[in-house]
Design a protein around this ligand. Structure first.
Ligand SMILES: Nc1ncnc2c1ncn2[C@@H]1O[C@H](COP(=O)(O)OP(=O)(O)OP(=O)(O)O)[C@@H](O)[C@H]1O
Ligand SMILES: [Mg+2]
Length: 461
């Protein structure tokens, strides 16, 4: 079926002709003799398009369109008007009609307009779906967390998103800076224009200039064609300059000018290009220190630092960890079509206490690995990469001990472990037995006895 159409006209002859013709064209067609009948039909059934006469008794065409739009917001309306009644045609357009046809008309013309109108509304619908997908993909809903620290960041971000302010996103590697840049763009009025990311650290300096500003043919060896730079591609939208701290001082000057005047010249060109772009930058470097050392222009720093957004490292927002773990367990189980594993309690506490130098990215990679290696299973500490065990100290190393087939003496292992702990405490306190006993929550006499019995004195340096 090509679509369901409702034909509305008080002239029965016209209705009959239209219905017959449109049915031949492959549409599913119904008709109504006036506006109120049409409205009743719309309450019962979904129509893709309504083709209506303007002047009718009871409810006229314009009123009909207004009412129908309330019932079926994305319905397509086409009106038929008597020759010369342009004013009401304009009114009909304002009420939401897609097109009008003046009477008398050829049936083929009606068919043509209907086809165009339906195609137009399908495209519109598809666009809306795509837009919604993109927005959800990069919207705030995708930034997972439960901590006050993250909530504070997102609160700031949501307040600045729909402005044109320059934003500087600071934070360690893997904290989610790019995710935040995307959320800003897709929640701004520029959302349907491009977001163009440029990783300034990954592109060699001589290429970066032409990458950003474009070049004209022959401006350097290898420039066989002229090329538009990313600033021009981002026109009307947002440019995201990632790792801005890595940019050379020479290019920093050019960026400064774009910030001040929104103007630049492509490499090898004398023609000035003007652009309307919003600039978001990010870095994991300490820009202030870089300025002090002369590696970053102070004036540029102030221009970029209009709204600084600092994303705290994961270890400073540990209440995000459990919820991120759940999130990534789900994401990677679904992506790999595997049942999700689940964490033993001590595994979770290990994760919460770990430093996460690679932040959320490291957590994400860790969970992906666990999903793939241990689908549907309980994850205990022995399943974790060595670094977690090392980071959490001896205690954990011992609990992850494997019992060999040949068996093991509990007494020896426990003795051994006790020696290690006592020696560690003694070393830590410079062999002050009072302090060591305190650290181990023993009384001094017990500790002295143990040292003697275990012949630990010989370990004094
Ligand atoms: N709060 C979060 N919720 C869900 N996913 C997150 C969150 N924070 C980060 N991620 C994910 O972690 C990974 C790293 O994030 P992102 O690339 O945004 O970090 P970054 O700060 O730009 O890192 P780098 O400095 O290394 O470029 C991405 O896969 C991202 O989707
Ligand atoms: Mg990044």
């Amino acid at each position: 079926m090509k679509g369901r159409i409702l034909v509305v006209d008080d002239e029965a002859v016209i209705v009959r002709a239209l219905v017959k013709y449109l049915e031949q064209e492959g549409y599913d067609v119904e008709s109504a003799a006036d506006g109120s009948e049409a409205i009743e039909k719309c309450k019962d059934k979904h129509f893709d398009l309504v083709l209506t006469d303007l002047s009718m008794p009871k409810v006229n065409g314009i009123e009909l369109i207004r009412e129908i739009k309330l019932l079926i917001p994305n319905i397509c309306c086409v009106v038929m008007t008597a020759f010369g009644s342009i004013v009401s045609a304009v009114e009909a357009m304002k009420a939401g009609a897609f097109h009008y046809i003046t009477k008398p008309f050829e049936l083929e013309d009606v068919g043509h307009i209907i086809e165009k109108a339906l195609e137009h509304s399908r495209l519109k619908e598809q666009n809306m779906i795509l837009r919604r997908q993109v927005t959800t993909k990069y919207g705030f809903e995708n930034i997972i967390g439960a901590s006050d620290e993250l909530a504070e960041v997102l609160n700031l971000v949501s307040r600045v998103a729909d402005t044109d302010s320059t934003v500087l996103i600071l934070g360690e590697s893997g904290t989610g800076k790019e995710l935040i840049a995307r959320a800003i763009h897709y929640n701004s009025r520029r959302a349907d224009r491009p977001l163009v990311p440029v990783n300034c650290g990954a592109i060699p300096e001589n290429l970066l200039e032409s990458e950003l500003f474009g070049h004209v043919r022959g401006s350097f060896t290898g420039a066989v064609n002229s090329k538009r730079g990313r600033f021009e591609v981002a026109s009307g939208g947002t440019i995201f300059l990632d790792e801005i701290g890595d940019m050379s001082l020479r290019l920093q000057v050019k960026i400064l000018r774009v910030l001040q005047e929104r103007k630049f010249e492509p490499v090898g060109s004398t023609k000035t290009v003007e652009v309307d772009v919003r600039i978001i930058t990010a870095t994991n470097q300490n820009l202030e220190k870089l300025v002090e050392k002369g590696g970053f222009r102070e004036d540029l720093y102030y221009r970029l630092n209009v709204i600084p957004v600092t994303v705290p490292p994961l270890r400073q927002r540990i209440s995000d960890i459990p919820i991120l773990i759940d999130h990534f367990l789900r994401v990677y189980s679904e992506a790999n079509d595997l049942p999700p594993p689940y964490l033993a309690e001590d595994t979770l506490s290990l994760f919460v206490n770990y430093r996460w130098p690679g932040n959320v990215r490291e957590l994400e990679n860790t969970i992906e690995r666990l999903v793939v290696l241990h689908p549907g299973r309980e994850i205990t500490m022995t399943d974790l990469p060595e670094k977690f065990l090392e980071a959490s100290g001896t205690v954990v190393k011992h609990t992850s001990f494997h019992i060999p087939e040949s068996g093991i003496s509990l007494k020896n292992v426990v003795d051994d472990f006790e020696n290690t702990l006592i020696l560690k405490a003694l070393e830590k306190t410079g062999w002050n037995k009072n302090k060591a006993a305190h650290l181990l929550k023993l009384n001094r006499t017990t500790l002295v006895e143990k040292i003697k019995k275990k012949h630990l004195e010989k370990f004094v340096e």
